[in-house]
Design a protein around this ligand. Structure first.
Ligand code: TYM
Length: 330
């Protein structure tokens, strides 16, 4: 069975972009593939983290994954720092990654901004850790949102560099799996900016923990344009296209069908329908998340079990990496 790996950072609330771009697809794949899903706390520390919040967020994101429908018996769910092989393989892969490749990463450029000299090495090396996450398990399929595509291409290049250096076909070249109607969910306040955890305004995003009233209010206040009636034209009408894509993804329908059904409808009426659909699909997830969060012992148990199963695979692959490289296992 094909092995799938993907990850999500435990930095604040899961939002609709995480859900529609990634987690919903993870759930859909869990019975067809051998799936490993990771709460990537070592990625989260590439920016400053409050220790207590990091622990709480790790549990919260785990609760979110379970509430969204991941079955911890079927797939492996664990937090990255519990399996030390991630950091070890990342170091090894650092030694196969030219700086020129990292210099191309747009996410680093965006995050480091103008203060590049002060940017941390961890933030710069982040995509190498991401490659290590995937390659540690020999995963060949990686379901992610559109924004991770460039990092996935780098993972392929790094896998190839290692294989070439030792003339082996050891690491499979991971394939991004980017699918569904909303692979890039945009901010509700600006149809040209990605919905993200770091947006200053909470009205820019829908959190998986938002209650029905908050959901309805955020959708009602979502930015629109002044053209009458809806149409799907991401270039010219990014806000309308975003709302239509969100609707299609929540409904599990192709965007073309949703567009055909709603062309000409006014924004106000459509937003009402979207709020109802969002409440019906996300409401039960939020409810289940609250129940799960009331039992941190259960959450920690899921992570411990996942880490043990992940470690077994990781250790075997790392032993092989050491053997290939001639690192003496004394
Ligand atoms: P992260 O935590 O930023 O996001 C988790 C997943 O959600 C997707 N996503 C979106 N999809 C659509 N629209 C959006 N607005 C949106 N925002 C986020 C992301 O594409 C991602 O799939 N570096 C990764 C985590 C990671 C990882 C990995 C992923 C670490 N190691 C190995 C795959 C394989 C990240 O920061 O995701």
């Amino acid at each position: 069975m094909k092995r799938v790996f993907s990850g999500v950072q435990p930095t604040g609330n899961l939002h609709l972009g995480n859900y529609l771009g990634a987690i919903k697809n993870w759930v859909a794949m869990q019975r067809e593939y051998d799936c490993i899903y990771c709460i990537v706390d070592l990625h989260a520390i590439t920016v400053p983290q409050d220790p207590a919040e990091l622990t709480a967020n790790t549990r919260e994101v785990t609760a979110g994954l379970l509430a969204a429908g991941l079955d911890p018996k079927t797939c492996i769910i664990f937090n990255q720092s519990s399996v030390t092989g991630h950091a070890e393989l990342a170091w090894i892969l650092n030694c196969f990654t030219p700086l020129g490749w990292l210099n191309r990463m747009t996410q680093f450029k965006e995050k480091a901004g103008k203060r590049r000299e002060n940017a941390l090495l961890g933030l710069y090396a982040y995509p190498v850790l991401m490659a290590a996450d995937i390659l540690l398990y020999h995963a060949s399929a990686v379901p992610v949102g559109e924004d991770q595509k460039q990092h996935l291409e780098l993972s392929r290049d790094i896998a190839g560099a290692f294989n070439r250096a030792y003339d082996v076909a050891f690491f499979p070249l991971p394939e991004p799996m980017i699918f569904g109607a909303a692979t890039r969910v945009m901010s509700l306040r600006d149809g040209r900016a990605k919905m993200s955890k770091s947006d200053g305004s909470d009205y820019a995003r829908i959190n998986l923990t938002d209650d029905a009233d908050t959901l309805a209010l955020k959708i009602k206040r979502a930015k629109t344009d002044s053209e009458p009636g809806l149409s799907f034209d991401p270039e010219r009408r990014p806000e309308a296209a975003n709302l239509l894509s969100i609707y299609a993804a929540l409904a599990g329908e192709p965007v073309e069908r949703i567009v055909a059904e709603h062309t000409g409808m006014g924004f106000a009426a459509f937003k009402g329908k979207l709020a109802d659909l969002a409440t019906a699909t996300l409401g039960p997830i939020a409810q289940r998340m609250r129940e799960l969060q009331a039992d941190p012992g259960y959450i920690d148990g899921v992570l411990a079990d996942g880490a043990e199963r992940a470690r077994a695979i990781a250790d075997a692959n790392l032993a092989e990496v050491r053997r290939i490289m001639g690192l003496l296992d004394a």
